[in-house]
Design a protein around this ligand. Structure first.
Ligand code: AHG
Ligand code: MN
Ligand code: MN
Length: 348
């Protein structure tokens, strides 16, 4: 019988890489895996328990909050706030940083998360996910409340990042900077089992992933890059294949497994891009770099960007390093041209 490696065992073995670890990191990851199982259970029966549909409230992003968003958010917060591992948290669904209640001990870790990514896909039963970033606190003393300084760290300081994808099966994928490993939930025994050890982004996936309805608003370098991918003048001598799921976790998971490039560029209407740096771009970039790929905002590595606000948005381009480097080249060359209108003239 093949050796079954549960995520708990894998995390424990990862723990040995942290000499100063006192079991708190392991405990924190256990809690995230527990939250994942709880959310997975709800996601898989959302249609039955009428958790679908809107709550009528609007979040800091100005977006309609779906019931599953709130359920996932409450589950993440209540799984992480009482064990004494965390000193502060940030969530896409909370305008302000989430403080640890005074009755609970504070710990040395900081967690930022997107509790439910791809909300627009909930009602159509398409893959959605949860994304998380884990840092060590940078403020003293260790048992005090954290503050926003602990949250606004670059991705180079990450201790761990990962996502859970609620799809045809539920998977948890994470890295602590030593490779990327994927675990599939066996609902029969309630365990995440190692199914994708040491995930590496394949070369020549021949895929590009972008919401092309924004084409006319992109910087001209991005328009040129995507047009090249769709032409016969690229290195494949044939157009790249297009895949876009509209949930970052699902597009990221496919990119890790199949290769290619994902783009959510800035445009005239969203000059900072759409995706959030702290709990979408940074965790995905850490995973992609640890799988042999690259992640940029068009000019610099995502992991080198210093967050200024917990809900800051950035352009996010990631995937095969060769394609990401080519994107940056097109972006740079066009930005060095005299500024021309990027509005595509309407046909006469
Ligand atoms: P969220 O549901 O957490 O708000 O995230 C949605 C994001 C991301 O998942 C996805 O890549 C992107 O929105 C899709 O945006 P468009 O619909 O504009 O393409
Ligand atoms: Mn999201
Ligand atoms: Mn979300």
């Amino acid at each position: 019988m093949k050796k079954l490696i549960t995520i708990d065992r894998h995390i424990l073995e990862t723990q040995t890489h942290f000499p100063e670890a006192t079991g708190e990191f392991t405990g924190l990851m256990y809690q995230i895996a527990l939250a994942a199982k709880i959310v997975s259970y709800e996601v898989n029966k959302a249609g039955l328990t009428m958790l679908l549909g809107k709550t009528g409230s609007i979040n800091v992003q100005g977006e309609e909050v779906q019931k599953l968003d709130e359920f996932a958010n409450n589950t993440m917060i209540s799984s992480l706030d009482h064990m004494g591992y965390v000193c502060i948290m940030a969530s896409e669904e909370n305008t302000e940083p989430i403080m640890i209640p005074s009755r609970y001990r504070k710990g040395k870790y900081v967690v930022a998360f997107d509790p439910l990514d791809g909300s627009s896909n909930i009602d159509i039963n398409v893959s959605i996910g949860t994304i998380f970033s884990i840092f060590k606190r940078v403020t003293e003393p260790e048992d005090s409340d954290g503050n926003v300084t602990d949250l606004l760290q670059t991705g180079r300081n990450l201790v761990c990042s990962g996502y859970i994808i609620y799809g045809s099966s539920t998977m948890m994928v994470y890295t602590t900077g030593r490779g990327v490993n994927g675990f599939t939930l066996d609902p029969g025994i309630g365990e995440f089992l190692l199914t994708h050890p040491n995930m590496r982004i394949p070369d020549n996936g021949g895929l590009y992933s972008v919401n092309e309805s924004n084409y006319r608003y992109w910087p001209v370098g991005v328009q040129r890059f995507v047009s090249m991918l769709k032409s016969t003048s690229n290195e494949r001598r044939r157009p790249y294949n297009s895949r876009y799921i509209g949930a970052l976790v699902a597009d990221a998971h496919r990119t890790l497994l199949k290769g290619g490039i994902f783009m959510y560029p800035e445009d005239i209407r969203k000059p900072k891009g759409k995706l959030r740096l702290l709990y979408e771009a940074i965790p995905i970039a850490f995973l992609v770099e640890n799988a042999g790929g690259a992640a940029t905002n068009g000019r610099m590595d995502i992991l080198d960007i210093v967050p200024e606000d917990i809900h800051q948005r950035v352009p996010l381009i990631f995937g095969e390093k060769r394609l990401v480097d080519l994107y940056k080249q097109y972006y740079r060359e066009a930005s060095e041209l005299p500024q021309i209108s990027t509005q595509t003239p309407d046909p006469k």
